[in-house]
Design a protein around this ligand. Sequence first.
Ligand code: IPM
Ligand code: MG
Length: 358
Amino acid sequence: MDARIVLLPGDGIGPEVVAQARLVLQAIAARFGHQFEFQSHPIGGCAIDEFGTALPDATLAACRKAQAVLLGAVGGPKWDDPKAKTRPEAGLLKIRKELGLFANLRPIRVQRQLVDASPLKKEIIDGTDILFFRELTGGLYFGDSGRNPHASGEEAFSTMIYNTGEIARIVRMAAEAARKRRGRLTMVDKANVLEVSRLWRQVSQEIISKDFPDLKYDVVLVDAMAMHLLAKPKEYDVVVTENMFGDILTDEGSMLTGSLGMLPSASLGSPGPGLYEPIHGSAPDIAGKGLANPLATILAAAMLLRHSLNLETEAKAIETAVDKVLDAGCRTKDIASGGPSLSTEAMGEKVVEAVKAK
Ligand code: IPM
Ligand code: MG
């Protein structure tokens, strides 16, 4: 297969982890006889420095022409000034919106080798395997917002807005996924307070009873879900929710696995390229030191092969390689529990070796 993959390394540790994922993809191409063409483009803070915008037109145009996009991370203290005209995060939001990536898949799977790296008790997390569907192009992130003068100074507002179509398409996608997994779908909202959540509940209920009566479906309020995730994570299979609830719950969920450095994500819409990235951010405090864990980005590359290139065997080959490397005791600092650790590059090399060894 010939495929064009755009790399958006971004800021902080982004370039370091994307470089390792690229080497792993190259090893996959060599082993399975594919041709992957890679193109790197700027996004985020580095793009602001060079072009004055977090998402240059040329970057977006290249992404549109690619089969898939692999992103590192954006942001850092250098661009954090609240008065700045533009921020690195704006580039990320814009690319999600422009590419129509309404579904953000975030698998939270506790890797058995790392069960002791989590701050939570082993009995609670062992065997956890949740797939989050976070809505990604609506809600508070994209609703009307602004400021007005106010007697006390100023007022500010952000609007949470969703329409039936936006809710229906992600609920359907999540329901299809649940059907292929353990058959349980949980919809998370705040319907006891928010009108927008009551629409989510209504639309989901209709879709599930009409087209997915075979699923075990339930609804949970977001505050309760924050608690259940820590108390009984094993009970959940597929979870679907709106943009901001999903942002918060998946960061919380990542702690079940011990490190944010292990978790990949896929942002999909249709048609057009998918965008794959680690859940973690740019980690400016460890950037350039070879301390970053490249496994989340490497696992994001596996999701890229699976979802955008339809290469399931190749995706599994990466996941198996990561498993082997962890079995062999290889750890980066974030998952080493104080023991010996490998650099970003050394960890990437271990995965490449494991891919080559079959
Ligand atoms: C994420 C991040 C982003 C988000 C930020 C960087 C804008 O936290 O992908 O979860 O809130 O969506
Ligand atoms: Mg987040």
